[in-house]
Write a protein of this length. Structure first.
Length: 174
C-alpha cells in the first residue's frame, strides 16, 4: 500500500505539510477529499482558500468521479454579465424617462456612445470568460459596483458612471 501523504502530493497546491494535515483530518484518499467538499477543506488550517476549487477538481479527476466537485466558474460569470447588461439597459430607460430634453443634445450622444461601447465590451468579455476568469470576475464586480445607485444621479453623473464602467470592462479585453 502506498503512502497517502505522497499520493496526495500529486495534487497541485498540496505539499508535504498540507498532505499530512489532510491525512490527519481523515482525508487520506481522493474520494474522501471530494466528499469533504469546499467547507471540509476550509476547516483544515494551512490550505489556501483560493486553491480549494482546483484541489477539489483534481481530486475528482484522480478519484474517477465523472463530475467535477465545483460548478464551472464561467456559469457564474455569465450570470454577472447578464446582470450588468440588464443594469445598463435599466439605467438607459431611467435616463430616458427623467431627462428626455437633455438626451437630445451632446450629453445624450456621449451617454449613448458609452452605453453601446459598454454593452459591446460585455459581449467581448463573455467570449473571454474561459481564458480569463479571474480578471473577468474582478472587472465585472468593479463595473457592478460603479453601476449601483447610478440611476438616482443627475445626467452628468450617469454619463460619467457609465464611462467609468465601460473603461473598467475594456481593460479586460486589452
Amino acid at each position: 500500500m502506498s503512502d497517502p501523504v505522497q499520493e496526495l502530493q500529486q495534487l497541485a497546491g498540496v505539499g508535504a505539510v498540507t498532505a499530512r494535515r489532510l491525512v490527519a483530518a481523515g482525508l487520506d484518499t481522493f474520494p474522501a477529499i471530494v466528499g469533504a467538499g469546499e467547507e471540509g477543506l476550509r476547516a483544515i488550517p494551512g490550505i489556501n482558500p483560493r486553491s480549494i476549487p482546483a484541489i477539489l477538481d483534481q481530486a475528482a479527476t484522480l478519484s474517477g468521479a465523472s463530475e467535477p466537485a465545483t460548478p464551472a466558474p464561467t456559469d457564474e460569470l455569465k450570470v454577472m454579465v447578464a446582470d450588468l447588461r440588464a443594469a445598463i439597459q435599466e439605467i438607459a430607460a431611467t435616463a430616458r424617462e427623467r431627462f428626455p430634453e437633455e438626451l437630445a443634445g451632446k450629453i445624450g450622444r456621449k451617454l449613448t456612445r458609452n452605453m453601446v461601447a459598454g454593452l459591446d465590451a460585455l459581449y467581448a468579455i463573455e467570449e473571454l470568460l474561459e481564458r480569463r476568469p479571474k480578471r473577468s470576475r474582478k472587472a465585472l464586480a468593479k463595473a457592478r459596483k460603479r453601476l449601483d445607485g447610478l440611476s438616482e444621479g443627475d445626467l452628468s453623473d450617469i454619463r460619467k458612471g457609465i464611462k467609468r464602467t465601460r473603461k473598467a470592462l475594456e481593460r479586460v479585453i486589452d
